[in-house]
Design a binder for this molecule. Structure first.
Ligand code: 4AD
Ligand code: MG
Length: 465
């Protein structure tokens, strides 16, 4: 169908021209003057196009007056100046073709406001609402901006596997992938252990928690790379910041240290903020008006801001000196909790903070060990409201140190033989990070719950659709 997108019409209206548009009816009301006003949305932008359907249309009584919210139509007509005060122009319909009626008593998205919780139960329709349409467009813009940022810097886009045999983060939060019969698992007669040699891959396999380890192998051959794909974590946390399936962007730079890593992370974040401010103005206005009154102001101030950089030890000192009672007490050696991250970003620094040098006990095995023997070259970037947006590190490039650390945490270096090989054959210092894409969408939209910034959220007990 040759149609004009409503965003084109609204952006550069050619008054007097004959156009065809298609979309879903948001509202329709009858006027006493003998016509109907139809607010039409096609998803190409936030705004609707007002259509005027004259009672003289041949299908007016039989069809047009039966157009309730959610119905789909194709309208052909002339773009004319509007008499109404709310819009400068409207489409005077010469022809309204109904594609699909929508029964108002059954349609879950009527005129009334529906809670985000209820909308999750009708996630196949929620993209038709203002909020979810806007989220989808901002998400799209952030994805495009990500590729633009890295491609402009000559990073290579790498596809890493979704099914893997290695637990990158070592946290044991992996979803298992198997074709073994679950009601009759083959077992070794002596040990009674499950015999994974009979499984599809001949060994135990899982969904990936991170593409980093595979990403490193390409960075140690091609220089700078990035991945952008889905990752899976079976952590049973029912919070507003956790999903079981989320998307992560993981750049990896060869010949780079932790300071280079932090520079890249901060540049990338500022680029995303600027991009959204520039390209999603209409959607942002909606979020700012209706969801979070601080979102535009926050993005604007962060787009050009210097991030504070502190060490973990400094962060602990600040938290201890704060005089606040936290639910989780702060002790050197324990991980920073969401409440601590929020105190640092929202109350103490009133802005983003990059924290480096975490205790090695609470971080993954691959992070480069610092000379103090206690800490690693790790970094977390914290933002107000969402907390940890980025986790990264310089990687341990010294073979003996890496193998010792793998043993220390109870793993066998043999299981990571290919990862260790990178250190055996022409090892180079390298560093990278992972950005949680949904947390970024949350931050840029002000949406409270992470389940409302991904089309089909996967969380404990939730896999409908
Ligand atoms: O800090 P994480 O676990 O780091 C890694 O996975 C490293 N392999 C990254 C790297 O160095 N290449 O996760 C990175 C980010 C977090 O900072 C957070 O934003 C997001 O991923 N994240 C989640 N987002 C939504 N739901 C979850 N369950 C998440 N877990 C982590
Ligand atoms: Mg982390």
């Amino acid at each position: 169908m040759k149609r004009t997108l409503i965003h084109q019409v609204l952006q550069s209206p050619a008054l007097g021209s004959d156009i065809t548009v298609a979309g879903w009816v948001r509202t329709r009301r009858d006027s006493k003057g003998g016509f109907s006003f139809i607010e039409l949305n096609d998803g190409s932008c936030f705004g609707n196009l007002q259509v005027i359907a004259d009672a003289k249309l041949s299908n007016y009584e039989t069809e047009v007056v039966k157009l309730f919210p959610g119905s789909s139509v194709v309208v052909q007509g002339k773009l004319v100046a509007s008499q109404g005060a709310e819009q400068a122009f409207e489409l005077a319909a010469a022809n309204v073709k109904v594609l699909g009626f929508c029964e108002p008593t059954e349609y879950p998205l009527g005129k009334q406001r529906i809670s985000f919780e209820r909308l999750r139960e009708v996630a196949h329709l929620r993209a038709r609402t203002n909020s979810f349409g806007a989220v989808a467009r901002v998400r799209n813009a952030l994805a495009f901006a990500t590729h633009k940022f890295f491609q402009d810097r000559h990073f290579l886009y790498l596809h890493t596997p979704i099914i893997t045999a290695s637990d990158c983060e070592g946290a044991g939060e992996m979803f298992q992938v198997t074709t073994l019969p679950l009601d009759k698992l083959p077992r070794d007669p002596e040990t009674q252990q499950i015999d994974y040699k009979l499984d599809f891959f001949g060994k135990r396999a899982s969904l990936t928690v991170s593409g980093q380890l595979e990403g490193e192998t390409y960075a140690c051959a091609l220089g700078d790379i990035y991945t952008f794909g889905p990752t899976f974590r079976a952590e049973n946390s029912n919070t507003r910041r956790h999903l079981a399936e989320f998307w992560m962007i993981e750049p990896e730079m060869a010949f780079a240290d932790l300071a280079d890593d932090a520079d890249l992370a901060e540049d990338y974040l500022r680029f995303l903020f600027r991009y959204v401010l520039e390209h999603c103005q209409e959607d942002l206005k909606f979020f700012n008006d209706r969801i979070d009154k601080t979102v535009t102001q926050t993005l604007t101030s962060l787009a050009d801001s210097q991030f504070r950089r502190i060490t973990y030890t400094e962060a602990v000192d600040i938290l201890k000196a704060s005089g606040k009672t936290f639910e989780f007490p702060v002790e050197w050696g324990s991980d920073l909790q969401s409440e601590h991250e929020r105190y640092l970003t929202e109350e103490h620094f009133k802005g983003p903070v990059t924290v480096t040098g975490y205790p090695k006990q609470i971080k993954a095995f691959y992070m480069r060990q610092n000379d103090d023997g206690n800490t690693v070259a790790a970094m977390d970037v914290l933002l107000p409201n969402v907390g940890e947006i980025i986790g990264g590190s310089q990687r341990e490039e010294r073979l003996d140190r890496l193998e010792a650390r793998i043993r220390e945490i109870g793993f066998d270096p043999k299981d990571y033989w290919w990862y260790c090989d990178l250190r055996r054959f022409g090892s180079v210092p390298h560093a990278g990070f992972g950005l949680g894409f949904e947390r970024m969408v949350q931050f840029c939209t002000g949406m409270h719950n992470i389940r409302d910034v991904i089309p089909y959220p996967r969380a404990p007990g939730s896999v409908e659709f």
